[in-house]
Every structure is written in structure tokens, then in C-alpha cells.
Design a protein around this ligand. Sequence first.
Ligand SMILES: [Zn+2]
Length: 480
Amino acid sequence: MQIKFLGAAGEVTGSCYLLTAGKSRVVLDCGIFQGSSTANLKNRRKLPFDPAELDAVILTHAHLDHSGRLPVLAKHGLKCRVVCTTPTVPLVDVLLRDAASIQKQDFLRRSYKRSQRGCENGGCDPLFDEKDVVALLKLLSGTKLEVEREVAPGISVRFIDSGHIIGSASCVVTLKEGASTRTVVFSGDIGNPGTPVIRDPIAPLVKDADAVVLESTYGDKDHVPIADTIERFAGILKEALASGGKVLVPAFAVGRTQTLIYVIARLEEEGKLPRGLPVFVDTPLGIEATKIYNMDPSLFDEETRAVRAAGNQALNFRGLKFTRTAQESKGLNDLRGPAVIIAGAGMCTGGRILHHLRNRAGDPNTSVVIAGYQAAGTLGRRLVEMKDTPVNERPSVRIYGQPVNVAAKIFTLNGFSAHGGQSTLVEWGRQCIGAVEGKKPTVYLTHGEQRQRLALADKLREATGVECKLPMLGDVGQIG
Ligand SMILES: [Zn+2]
């Protein structure tokens, strides 16, 4: 049996693995590459398998760096089931439709610009369109956590909560080849324990695992504790409230937006913030994702279930408003008095946060709170980089092609990360590897840059005695 690494090998995005055993072919995750200059090329590279001949696809969670190339498989004849957890199905639906729509708009904008320059075509076609997304959605099949499910003859999967976003899972995949059986544990993205609303990650304990594939996004460091992060966030909000300013929070639609709603609601309940502070969730995708989070409260962590049992809403409060239409969003430009505006995109690469920044970043009474990872080259990263620079020495930023001077106060909050830090990954690895009886499994570190996975490999060697493998794109590993 073999495992081929087709993404997130030495980098964080593009998760994709091909498992082969005898005649069986299984793909686990098929995400897009993001951020780097080579991402577009990698997304368009022909995959070394025929989607029509796959026996099963398994999806760990809805994020695009895990699901974003699935419509490409559907476009090229995918027929088998795509198995994931139950909440992942509606999340994939909204995220992939949104991704198709953004690609279409980008393509039209590019075509227009090229036509102005006399070029006849619009350059690269979109990677996929809504039709491909619909074809993919028909193949999705949701399944419960902790239940072993046969996804094709001789191939089964069991999902275990990985505590990263709602529906995210680690997977135990079993394949039969003749008389022998091979088992591989995939961590998927491992969450940050203590993150509000969702449960903490659980390491799968599998006594006959042949291989473990472990993510390493934050393999080199731990995060600021969540309690400290919440306290700091409360301080920023209180100060803004006192000065009558606006707080702009660029936020990822799935996960971060819900964490922020939950945290503000609890701060009000605990009297740490005055009730009634206007908070606008100005992201259509974030509004849809919040609805999906509310679909099955049995998936919430104990603390959130206790909040509900006490008669409070976990993801709602008096001052919370969802602005769905573009008109409502523009209406926020005339808003007087203090308010919090949570808007996408999380790295300020597009979306409604751009018009709020254009209108308010020049106002020293505005606070911009960066509560998530900002990739190099993004507007979000530029804001982080200038946060300690005196206002008159800051370079201007370009928004919608126009220069904008940034006089706003800029804060970074690192403790809301959806990924576990180094200690969490080491503990997950220690438990998972320690549960294997007899011969130790082969351990592959993926979904992290080289520095991060080297640091994690050192820590895991100390904790378990296992020498981890660090596969690169296209590498093949033998299992068992
Ligand atoms: Zn993820």
C-alpha cells in the first residue's frame, strides 16, 4: 500500500493525498494552494490520477485548502462518494459556491482589463464554476463522528473530532489488500484546545495503525492563552466604546466569526462590557456559517451547552446585527457612535472589510483588530507590519487602487487561532503514536512550512522516539 503526497507537503495549503492498495484508489482531501506565487500553477497542474477511477474521496473538513479542488475532480468525471462529517456538507456547499462566484468575478474583471489593453482573451479560465460545484455537491455524503463506515468495498473510515471548526475531523482510514489490512491515521487540521463553541481535539487511539499523517502548521510555537486574548479584546472594545470609535475586525467566515460573536456575548453577560454595544456581522458567508453552527448544538462544547441550558443564546445577543445586503453594508458608512464591524475577508484580500478600511482607516479614532493569520503580501499583513510605526511615518496602503493613509490604532490578537500550537500537536502525536501496539507507525509531518515541521519533528522525537518523515510534493511512501 502506498501514500502519495499531492499537496500541503512542506507548505500549509493544498492538502491532498492519494492512497492505493491493490486496485483500490482513495483520495483524502483535495484543497487549493493559496498565497504563494506558484499557487495558481499548482492548482492547475494535472493530477496524477483519473478522478473517474477513484473508489472513494474522504474530506477532513470544509476549509478551501482541503476542499477547494474537489469541484475540479467533479469536472473531470468523479463518480464516487465524497464522504465527510454531517456539518461539513452545508459548509462545503456555501464555501464552494462562494469560491466559484469569486473566481467568476475575478475572471470577468481580468477579461475587461485585458480587453482594454487589446488582448482578446481573459487569461486563465476559472478553476471551476457553479456547475462543477453542483456536480460535486451531489456526491457529498455526511456521516456521524466516531462511527466506522465502509465507503467502498474493503475501504472504511472513522471520523474523530479534531476541534478546528464545526465538523472538522481526524480520520482513521482502513484499506484491505488481499489478506492484509492497512490503517492510516490522518490528523486533519487540529484545533486549539479551549477555543470557544467547538470541542477540543481528540487524538485517535488506534492500536494497529501503520502510518500517522500529522499537521504541523504551528509546529514551532505555542499561542497566547485564550483567556488572556479575551481579556485584551475586552480592553480594546471598552476603550473604543469610551472614545466613540469604530472597531473593525477582519475575520474568517467559518470559525473566527462565530468565536468573536460568542466572546462578545459572554463579555456582556459577565458585565465586562456594557450591554447593547452595536456589533455588525457584515459578511454574507459568515452569516451563513453562523446558521450552520446553530444547526446542531449537540456538537458544541460543554461550556456552550451550559450557556444554552441557562437560557442564553450562544451565538446571539441584543446588539448583534447581521447585514446581508450590499446596501445594508454601505449603510454602515454613515453610522454614528461606537460600533464593532466584523467583516470578511479575513486577510483583507477582498470582501466588505475593504470598503470599511477605505472609509475609516484614516481616522485615529478607529481600531483595527487583527485576530487571525495574515499571509505575506496581503493587506492584512501590511497593517500588522505598520502597527508599531508612528502614524506620520506609515506608508500608505492601496485599497481599490487608491492610496489610503492609515491613522487607525492597529492591534493583533494571536490567541484565537483555530490551529493547535506546538504543545497541542506534540501531545496529540504522543497519544496517537503511543496507542499503537508493537511496531511503531511511520509518521509523516505535513501541512506546515519546513521550519515548523522540523521543530515539531525534534519535539516528537523527544516525546516518542519516532523519527518523522517530511515528505515533499509528489513523494510516495510505502505503508506497512
Ligand atoms: Zn482548516
